[in-house]
Design a protein around this ligand. Structure first.
Ligand code: FCB
Length: 525
């Protein structure tokens, strides 16, 4: 097969530097017109198809400039997973039960009877899965460590076999040139802590978390440079304590406020302990699911509803993390956590190296009757938004929301760096025409448009250092079991065979062309 012509070849043929070719492709004005014409004519003659990321990105993307510059060569391009969603092997090698094991073993009547006992069988297939990650071409992999594998009883005794698994995973990732991005808590609370203390309603769970975090940092800290304490404390507080959809299935605002406080406390207690035991320069952060909020119209009542929604979706957690205080509106409305001990707020505001943002959708809101009485009050979400597109989860697809929320976080809270820790979409891939290939074109559009939105934010000065697509492979999507597929790789539920979807191949190609372009820009500068 003929070798593809690269911009290096064009530069050689045109007798100019690679940087000049790159500038022409990026429509930069600083190339003299005659040289520009010459390069474009040469490209036309040899029918050069520019394969660089800018063009991949630009095709089909909405609301964006036609061409974007490359991301820097050290940008992290990854995929994300979490332990419970992929590992399986729940009863093996000394792992203790988590609150999710108990929940899926005996699901309440309204829940699908899916089990995570096998999930993607990643615990047994880890080396092959790392090889698959390498095949995808990612240079980062975000995964979570299962607390019940490390400390089966939640605190105290360590399970060496649990550690061995993550030790091997980290080593194999590094050998494949993939940076491990470690989340310490992605919802699989050891059941013992739920039974002993009532889980996140009790601050002793936060102390136990800090102890666990320190153990993991001591063990993996020589090799892991990126740490996330808690994954989406908002989701935990809201799904487990407001909506009653995740274990322990509570619907109680006071509990939600207290659980969120203890999750923040757990984070704040863990940060210095991780820092102390990990390699110099390691980046320590938290992963938050933030939602940009848009008023449905410009009436004052609607603007107030938007402020209320923003309070409960963003500021509730961002203000304590960055300002060491809950928003004044929570004080005024009497919706503060019941117990805040002296010293909690400065602990929670421990300096962070980065914030991870998981972005899936936005909120369009209108006024709702009633006052602020707790999380998710004081507004109503507009669903459906006229003309909008929705994913299989029923989440509106709105790529510009990613640039908006990145910019807002940067301008108002100034974290030193940001990572997009999750971004992805569920579509019903099974409904695609049958064939050897899974042609999930809409997922490609989704990824492309969101990457463009992220790049737009970067161009406006937001220090985004990496992007992780959710998710590596179709997996156990919590209460939705295996019905919602977000993966770039499909998993046959009977044979566990992995098949890279077209979106996965697109991502591979995109990352490769990014590298080509950033290398070229570096060579030519
Ligand atoms: C996020 C979770 C992740 C996955 C995606 C779809 O909120 O962190 O585990 O469920 O949503």
């Amino acid at each position: 097969m003929a070798q593809r012509v690269t911009i290096r070849d064009i530069a050689r043929m045109a007798g100019v530097s690679i940087a000049t070719v790159s500038r022409v492709l990026n429509q930069k004005p600083d190339v003299d017109p005659a040289t520009r014409e010459r390069i474009l004519a040469l490209m036309a003659t040899i029918r050069y198809q520019p394969a660089h990321a800018a063009v991949v990105l630009a095709s089909g993307a909405k609301h964006t400039p036609a061409v974007l510059p490359a991301f820097p060569s050290d940008f992290l391009w990854g995929v994300a997973t979490s332990a419970l969603q992929i590992e399986g092997a729940l009863h093996e090698d000394g792992r203790g039960p988590s609150i999710w094991d108990a929940f899926v073993a005996h699901p309440p009547p309204d829940f699908a009877p899916h089990t995570a006992v096998v999930a993607c069988d990643h615990y047994h297939r880890m080396p092959a899965d790392v090889a698959l990650l390498a095949q995808l071409g990612v240079n980062a992999y975000r995964f979570s460590v299962a607390w019940p594998r490390i400390m089966p009883d939640g605190a105290g005794a360590i399970n060496p076999k649990g550690f061995d698994f993550y030790d091997r995973l980290v080593d194999q990732l590094l050998a494949a040139g993939i940076a491990p991005l470690v989340t310490l808590y992605h919802w699989d609370l050891p059941l013992a802590l739920q039974q002993r203390y009532g889980g996140w309603l009790d601050r002793r769970t936060a102390y136990a978390f800090a102890e666990y975090a320190e153990h993991v940092a001591r063990r993996l800290g020589d090799r892991v440079a990126w740490w996330m304490t808690v994954n989406e404390p908002w989701s935990i507080a809201v799904h487990s304590y407001v909506k009653g959809k995740h274990p322990p299935l509570q619907c109680d605002n006071a509990q939600a406020l207290q659980a969120a406080h203890h999750l923040l406390l757990a984070h704040g207690l863990a940060v210095p302990r991780i820092r102390q035991h990990s390699q110099p320069g390691a980046a320590i952060g938290i992963s938050l699911n933030l939602s940009p909020v848009y008023p449905a119209d410009q009436r004052e009542a609607t603007l107030q509803a938007a402020r209320n929604a923003d309070l409960w979706h963003n500021r509730w957690l961002l203000d304590p993390l960055f300002h060491g205080a809950y928003p004044a509106e929570m004080q005024q409305a009497g919706t503060m956590p019941g117990v805040i001990e002296l010293g909690d707020m400065p602990t929670i505001a421990a300096p962070l190296d980065f914030v991870g943002i998981s972005y899936y959708s936005r909120l369009v809101v209108r006024p709702a009757p009633g006052n602020l009485t707790g999380p998710l009050t004081g507004y109503e979400q507009v669903i459906p938004v006229p003309e909008a597109s929705y994913s299989q989860m029923g989440w509106e697809i709105f790529a510009e929301g990613l640039s908006d929320i990145l910019l807002r976080l940067h301008r108002e809270y100034h974290p030193p760096a940001l990572l997009v820790t999750e971004n992805g979409v569920a579509f019903d891939d099974a409904a695609l025409p049958a064939g050897d290939q899974i042609r999930d074109r809409r997922r490609i559009d989704f990824l492309r448009e969101h990457i463009v939105a992220m790049q737009t934010a970067r161009q406006l000065g937001v220090p985004v250092r990496g992007y992780c697509a959710w998710t590596f492979m179709d997996n156990f999507e919590w209460v939705d079991g295996y019905q919602q597929q977000f993966g770039l790789v499909a998993v046959n539920r009977t044979t566990q065979q992995r098949t890279i979807k077209e979106s996965g191949r697109w991502y591979t190609h995109f990352i490769a062309t990014q590298r080509e372009q950033s290398d070229a820009e570096a060579d030519g500068s």
